[in-house]
Design a binder for this molecule. Structure first.
Ligand SMILES: Nc1ncnc2c1ncn2[C@@H]1O[C@H](COP(=O)(O)OP(=O)(O)O)[C@@H](O)[C@H]1O
Ligand SMILES: [Mg+2]
Length: 262
């Protein structure tokens, strides 16, 4: 059934789930993206690497609809979303996390996840009944468990350790059962053990879930991703399997050999 809040175009199951064409983004005189083309297949696990300032987060912002590109187009499931704001995209199944966590500091872990669920469900017009509310509370607790925050479900987000905060963000994104999960540096600041857990968690996602991962930690990126795209200075400079990218001299020069990104 069509909803007033959604696009008229029907998603195309055969199209790449994300299709970026000639995307340019200018911030005043600065060209953050200089013409990016990217096709992401359904269920693909794609890592985006590149030094600080390469344009990785900007590309995420464009795909997720947080900013409109200066030029070029973005289609999700074959539907042109270039001018569709992010609040209208979750129906297309896109969820993302941010480089800096965006949680409600004063609310508990379970409440933050509940709100992520509620925001998502409201778009689907689930009637606001107490039975639904109870189910969503139970679901929020299950999600908290799944990101290993079961023991902290009553803890205020603001009181969580850094790694736990990242897990909460991931839980909030997963709560919406996205078809496309976009993670901006999910391993940054995590301990070795927390990274291991993150990898396990991402490996355990249903195969159909498409994962776009910006990651500075090569080990995490190469373990999760089937394909790696390397960006530098607003352009794609290399793409391929983790092995191909590891062996690419340009990547060594521009990224691996440099001080690295964040
Ligand atoms: N909102 C913005 N306004 C102005 N410049 C921006 C903005 N967002 C990003 N930039 C600039 O665009 C370039 C790419 O940034 P970003 O996409 O955050 O890179 P990355 O995530 O690869 O580190 C950088 O030079 C950054 O300073
Ligand atoms: Mg970034």
């Amino acid at each position: 059934m069509a909803e007033a809040d959604t696009t008229d175009a029907e998603p195309d199951g055969a199209a790449p789930i994300v299709q970026v064409r000639s995307v340019r983004v200018a911030f005043g005189g600065l060209l953050a993206l200089r013409g990016i083309d990217l096709d992401v297949a359904r269920g693909e696990r794609l890592a985006i690497l590149g030094p600080n300032g390469a344009g990785k987060t900007t590309l995420f912002n464009v795909i997720a609809g947080d900013i409109a590109p200066t030029g070029g187009t973005v289609a999700i499931k074959g539907v042109d979303c270039t001018r569709l704001p992010s609040r209208r995209r979750p129906r297309l199944g896109v969820a993302r996390t941010y480089q800096k966590a965006r949680t409600f500091e004063g609310l508990s872990v379970a409440d933050n996840i509940y709100l992520a669920l509620a925001g998502h469900r409201r778009r689907h017009r689930v009637p606001w009944r107490s039975a639904v509310d109870r189910r969503m509370r139970a679901e929020a607790e299950r999600v908290a468990e799944s990101v290993r925050l079961g023991d902290h479900r009553g803890t205020a987000a603001g009181a969580l350790a850094h790694g736990q905060r990242r897990q909460l963000e991931l839980g909030m994104a997963l709560a919406t059962e996205p078809e496309v999960l976009m993670l901006d540096e999910p391993a940054s600041g995590l301990s070795r053990g927390e990274r291991e857990h993150l990898v396990t968690l991402l490996e355990a996602l249903p195969e159909a879930v498409t994962v776009l991962l910006i990651e500075h930690d090569m080990d995490v990126a190469f373990r999760i991703a089937g394909r790696v795209v390397v960006m530098a200075d607003g352009e794609t400079i290399a793409a391929g399997t983790p092995d191909q990218v590891r062996g690419d001299p340009r990547v060594h020069e521009i990224y691996l050999g440099s001080e690295g990104g964040t």
